[in-house]
Design a binder for this molecule. Structure first.
Ligand code: GLU
Length: 482
């Protein structure tokens, strides 16, 4: 059997981590099993659709690297992949159920439903099946009577005690059949209802595994009955536990901080976000938490998905992000950070970009953090006064800086290791080491005693800038130049 999974978002807003988590699991599962990942847009609830909703979702998925094998923009053997364009498919399925006696037209109005107070004290309206056994002649008479088109209801099998579903995560669940009325599958205006469209599409698109949020568990018995009635094997159902916001409340589309687009804007690596998503419900058998994309594909399995609610933890997301950054090689990291540089503030930073990023790498948790830390290298002006008096406290600093300058002038290529070695050698020459050597040099370079490793710092500033800052008479920290 070829595994076929799907992500079926409604274009009602941008994706947040709660709903894109389902996409991540479906994608990982399909990739793990060499199957297909299908994207289907569930846009039948016209009032809730938002302009640009679909484009936003596609953009978020593309950024996360959750590429789909079939769906909008890609096509596929089961096109179209937007529910609003699939009315003919739903109509054919309704006709098939009507012909098989598994569905029937219902002429009852809202007022004909029976009210009952349900478990949670809310009013529940029941349909008692009045039109199910209408005399055929009466049914024909009403159908040709010119009144409003009837709704079409699904005929829930009689004598059924329960609908039993074996969920991959939540285990065997028995839903009492008495809770399931003959539900509407087509509205009077001709539109298919939600549960019906989902099942007809899952059948048509040959979906083998339905992986989605536990919020959809209550839809599952109706959907299971529809699969049975359509004569198709039910897919494997796997419901993922609820994702709560950092405040412990249910995550909603209004939680801006959890929006995929926002994380992208802040400079979280897509792979780190995917890694974090996988941990919203799943855990690695060895407790590993930092996993690259391929490691996730190899390791994420439904068996280790838990049932308990899982809560968003922004600190953990940031930590995972920092771990992903720390694994990137210098060239890649520099390339990824580049688009986040605020050039209006840090134009000089571009000159030795790779070395600049290297000097600051341990401070970065996201690519976007770069602007927060660039003042370490290029914000000396603000520290100029303080730095000058701190430098004055080191006896012999001018001579030391001059000697360092001379040694550095001979360094070629201008790279971290020979630069660090030249500074140390100068220290030995003039009989200074440790803080007495490094602090004055750093003060002259960046206006602060603390800061990045000297070799990295010098490489980041470049020959001209570094020597300029060290030369006698220049403002500490390169203050004069900024
Ligand atoms: N369209 C549904 C949603 O956005 C998903 C339906 C499903 O996965 O079965 O929540």
């Amino acid at each position: 059997m070829t595994v076929r999974t799907r992500f079926a978002p409604s274009p009602t807003g941008r994706l947040h981590l709660g709903n894109v988590r389902a996409a991540a699991f479906n994608w990982l599962f399909a990739r793990r099993h060499g199957g297909a990942f299908v994207l289907r847009i569930e846009d039948t609830d016209v009032e809730r659709n938002v302009d640009g909703g679909e484009e936003g979702i596609l953009e978020d998925l593309r950024w996360l690297g959750l590429d789909w094998d079939e769906g909008p923009g890609v096509g596929g053997p089961h096109a179209p992949y937007r529910q609003s364009q699939r009315n003919a498919v739903y109509a054919a399925a309704v006709d098939a159920l009507l012909a098989a006696g598994r569905a029937y037209p219902c002429f009852c109005g809202e007022g004909d439903l029976e009210s009952e107070i349900g478990k949670e004290g809310r009013e529940v309206r029941h349909y008692l099946g009045r039109c199910r056994d209408l005399d055929p002649a009466e049914r024909s008479r009403r159908l040709s009577g010119g009144g409003p088109a009837p709704v079409i209801r699904f005929a829930v099998p009689r004598g059924l005690a329960s609908v039993d579903v074996d969920d991959e995560v939540f285990g065997p669940i028995s839903f009492p059949a008495s809770d399931i009325d003959d539900f509407v599958i087509r509205r009077s205006d001709g539109r298919a209802t939600y549960n019906f469209a989902v099942v007809v599409d899952d059948v048509a698109m040959e979906i083998t595994h339905v992986i989605r949020g536990v919020g959809h568990l209550s839809n599952t018995p109706k959907q299971a009955l529809l699969f049975d009635a359509l004569g198709r094997a039910r897919p494997v159902f796997a419901h993922l536990p609820t994702v709560l916001g950092a405040d412990g409340r249910k995550l909603s589309k209004r939680d801006g901080a959890a929006a995929v687009a926002e994380l992208r804007r802040l400079g979280y690596p897509a792979d780190a976000v995917l890694n974090y998503l996988s941990l919203l419900g799943w855990s690695h058998p060895e407790g590993k938490e930092v996993l690259a994309r391929q490691e996730l594909v190899d390791a994420v399995a439904l068996e280790r998905v838990g049932r308990s609610d899982t809560q968003m933890d922004p600190e953990k997301l940031l930590w995972i992000s920092s771990q992903h950054l720390s694994r990137e090689d210098p060239g890649t990291l520099a390339e990824h950070v580049a688009p986040f540089l605020d050039e209006t503030r840090f134009a000089p930073a571009r000159t030795h970009w790779k070395q600049v990023v290297e000097a600051l790498r341990t401070r970065l948790s996201t690519y976007g953090d770069i602007n927060e830390h660039l003042p370490i290298l290029f914000g000396g002006a603000e520290r100029g006064g303080e730095a000058a008096s701190a430098l004055a406290a080191y006896p012999g600093a001018p001579e030391l800086l001059e000697a360092v300058c001379r040694a550095l002038e001979g360094v070629d290529p201008w790279e971290e290791a020979p630069l660090a070695a030249a500074v140390r050698a100068t220290g030995r020459e003039v009989g200074t080491k440790g803080a007495a050597l490094f602090h004055p040099v750093r003060l002259a370079l960046v206006g602060s005693e603390a800061g990045p490793d000297l070799g990295k710092l010098l490489a980041a500033l470049g020959r001209e800038e570094a020597l300029g800052r060290l030369r006698p008479g220049s403002a500490p920290g390169g203050g004069a130049k900024v």
